[in-house]
Design a protein around this ligand. Structure first.
Ligand code: GDG
Length: 745
């Protein structure tokens, strides 16, 4: 075999990012977070015993950390007793445990991870269970992983979060360590938009992931699905060519990094492994999987049965050796699957077995790496037929182990591996006849043809091995300059062109944080001349009405904006004024005005330097932006308590707490009031509505306009929002207004 043949090239790696396959330079310590640690603990007679965990993620990452060093944060699989530790002095990297209660294991791991995300992400929606309590526990546990990582994190290294169990961890970590570099890699498929949106927490998962700086997938299809979801569900701007997402005020990279294996290790293990006594004179078709319904084991056995029906010449000459490693046995479906496989194996063996031959050998256990190496090396065919699989490492390990007479790989086209392993015989795992025929082709293929295919497969896997994957990801993660070009007129045209065509526009604009950046003191937040011009140009159009909507008192927002002929909404909607509009004042405002002095007094008495009270008619805001950061939380807590004691509603704003009369009237009510009074009760038929705002209080307007208008949330996109679109900053708001002002009549 042309073992040193490096000519076979692979354009595939030139994905969105991470196209390099250069060897690693100076290595930095890594912080890896995954659900499971690479070792699983068992308590035996001699105390704690460590076993290597089985599964693709550990196979991929263990060699990386073993060579590079660093810290691995994860769950050890059981509860440790007082004084017990997992680590040993000669471990090449540190392990830090996250402990879980039985309830958490049930709801976070068996529940949300394995009964919700796992089936849904593998496009098996009918198997997915949606349970709010599972989700809540998942959220809590994800936050705990982030906390453990923050405690362990090195200052200069990358924190690398792995897999579907921890989709919310990047967001929790970002809150704890705003400046840290976060990478995320998903080991399973990412489903298409139409399936993903079945998840009641779809947006939360996306926001959780987008808190990372770099999000990696195995293949382009998954990355494309993810970008579709981000665009359609979060209204974020995406650039598919460069794999960039504008998520609020941050740019996130999305990359394709097909995982490779430690090729040299599998190659050398195969050369060293002693012959396996299980291997007999018959040809061997090998299957190796965790026992999982995604792996297509029943279908595989039926396809093998079909081979024996269609091509009886293989009877007594071939056996299927299926190794199935026990997995997730607490989940009922896995027990059911185990029963189903037992039955099919029994039936097929019963149907075809002779005195000296049984067609299927089924090992329901894990085998040692040495034995696995021998099985891989000596199998004539590897039958790898998952119904869906993120990548599938077994296919790659088999190829790396073909050091003698080359075998043939029969591979499901539904595995991520099929995107690159083109020289395998690719099959549809649900088409039993097709798989049986491919198996027949594999078993009867002449040696030169087998060799040609295997040479190409091996060359690619040797070149794009685990080191290349690691290097590609780390290089991309270090790139701090990836930035999406700001939104342009063509983006605005795409979002709004058809929506606005031929209609009058009611444009609602929040003031602070939307039309001006937030300043130390509200008095300093003046409109720039460019913004002033843009608003004026919008208002000048006969088909556009502009309203400024603010939490400031009406007189204050009118004065600081200083533009005539606009509608002004002050005090979060409690006061409204505008040309040709009957002035509005909420009837309860007077009543609450009399209750303000006591509250003002109470809040002023707790003002430390940098904190102050802004009085308004019937409401007030307690500001603490300029106070020492360490005091922020306690100031907010104390202010909320005072506000509630005084009978007002407390709402958090940017470094401020607002005291609002509890009258069930907010910016959303005010927007509807303006629309109805200015445009009549059928306003939704004649007017198009756009609302642009940056904070929590604007969510009330986003909520009432959902389905009725187009809404933009400005700034950070980490908090949940009802807005249909995102804008990163005030400059883009201005660009949007400029486009609105000059749009076609
Ligand atoms: C997830 C994704 C993706 C299996 N049986 C034994 C054994 N194994 C090892 C194999 C291989 C690993 O387990 C299985 O990896 P896969 O990739 O096939 O599948 P998942 O566990 O589902 O992994 C998958 C992977 O993550 C990585 O991103 O490829 O798509 O689902 O390494 O060798 N190892 C030993 N004895 C066994 O009996 N020693």
């Amino acid at each position: 075999m042309a073992r040193r043949d490096r000519r076979a090239s692979l354009a595939y790696h030139a994905g969105f990012v991470g196209s390099s396959s250069k060897r690693r330079g100076k290595s930095r310590p890594l912080l890896v977070i995954s659900n499971r640690l690479p070792v699983t603990l068992q308590r035996g007679s001699s105390g704690l015993e460590r076993r290597r965990s089985t599964g693709g993620l550990v196979s991929a990452l263990e060699p990386v950390l073993a060579k590079q060093g660093g810290t691995w944060v994860g769950w050890p699989g059981m509860k440790l007793r007082e004084g017990e530790t997992l680590s040993k002095p000669d471990d090449p990297y540190q392990m830090r445990t996250v402990e879980l209660t039985d309830n958490e294991v049930n709801r976070y791991y068996h529940g949300f991870s394995n009964r919700t995300l796992w089936p849904l992400f593998h496009c098996m929606a009918e198997r997915a269970r949606f349970d709010r309590r599972d989700w809540e526990t998942y959220e809590e546990v994800n936050a705990r992983f982030a906390q453990a990582a923050a405690e362990a994190s090195q200052t200069n290294g990358l924190t690398w979060v792995h897999d579907y169990h921890l989709t919310r961890t990047p967001l929790h970590l970002r809150r704890l360590r705003p400046e840290t570099r976060i990478g995320y890699f998903l080991h399973i498929p990412f489903p298409p938009y139409d399936l993903f949106r079945l998840l009641p927490w779809d947006r939360d998962i996306l926001r959780g992931l987008l808190a990372a700086d770099l999000i990696g997938f195995h293949v382009h299809t998954y990355a494309r699905n993810f970008l579709d979801c981000v665009e359609l569900l979060l209204g974020a701007r995406v650039d598919r060519a460069s794999g960039l997402v504008e998520h609020g005020d941050r740019t996130v990279q999305v990359g394709v990094f097909p995982l490779g294996i430690d090729f040299a290790l599998y190659d050398s293990q195969a050369r060293r492994a002693p012959p396996e006594p299980h291997m007999r004179s018959e040809k061997i078709v090998l299957g190796v999987d965790r026992l999982d319904y995604t792996k297509g084991i029943p279908e595989r056995i039926r396809a093998f049965e079909r081979l024996l029906e269609l091509h009886p010449e293989h009877r007594e000459k071939v056996i299927l050796l299926q190794i199935a490693v026990p997995s997730r046995f607490q989940v009922a479906e896995y027990q059911e699957l185990k029963r189903e496989i037992d039955e099919i194996v029994g039936r097929v063996n019963g149907r075809f077995a002779t005195a000296t031959w049984s067609p299927i050998q089924y090992l329901y256990r894990s085998v040692s790496p040495e034995r696995l190496a021998a099985f891989y090396r000596d199998a004539d065919v590897a039958l790898v037929t998952p119904l869906r699989d993120g990548m599938n490492l077994v296919a790659k390990e088999y190829v790396a182990s073909q050091v003698d007479d080359p075998g043939v790989l029969v591979l499901s086209r539904m595995a991520g591996a099929a995107f690159t392993m083109r020289e395998a015989l690719l099959v549809n795992p649900l088409n039993l006849d097709g798989t049986a025929e491919a198996l027949h082709t594999a078993l009867t293929m002449e040696e030169p043809a087998r060799r040609d295919r295997m040479v190409a497969l091996r060359a690619r896997e040797r070149r794009y091995d685990i080191d290349a994957w690691l290097q590609g990801f780390l290089e991309a993660a270090r790139d701090k300059h990836a930035k999406l070009e700001p939104a342009t007129d063509s983006d605005f045209q795409a979002w709004l062109g058809r929506f606005l065509a031929g209609h009058h526009l009611a444009l609602f604009l929040d003031y602070d944080g939307t039309l001006t950046p937030l300043r130390r003191h509200p008095n300093e937040a003046n409109l720039s001349s460019g913004m002033r011009k843009a608003i004026t140009a919008c208002a000048r159009r006969s088909d556009t009405g502009v309203a400024i909507v603010s939490g400031r008192a009406l007189t204050d927002v009118t004065k600081i904006t200083g533009l005539k002929d606009l509608i002004y909404v002050g005090n979060h909607g409690l006061e409204i004024e505008g040309p040709e509009l009957e002035p509005f004042q909420h009837p309860d405002l007077e009543h609450y005005q009399y209750r303000l002095p006591d509250l003002t007094h109470a809040l002023e008495s707790m003002c430390v330097p940098g904190a102050w009270v802004e009085g308004k008619r019937g409401s007030l805001t307690f500001h603490y932006r300029e106070a020492d950061r360490t005091q922020h939380e306690s100031l907010a807590r104390e202010a909320r308590a005072h506000i509630q004691d005084a009978g007002f509603q407390a709402r958090d704003a940017h470094c401020a707490v607002e005291a609002r009369p509890p009258v069930g009237w907010d910016k959303g009510h005010a927007v509807l009031h303006v629309l109805r009074t200015a445009y009549g009760p059928s306003w939704s038929e004649t007017v198009r509505t756009i609302y642009v705002g940056d904070d929590e209080t604007d969510e009330d307007a986003f909520r009432v306009l959902s389905g009725l208008g187009i809404t933009f949330r400005v700034g950070s996109a980490d908090a949940p929002t009802r807005a249909s679109h995102q804008l990163p900053n005030v400059a883009r708001v201005q660009a949007l207004l400029e486009w609105i002002a000059k749009r076609e009549e």
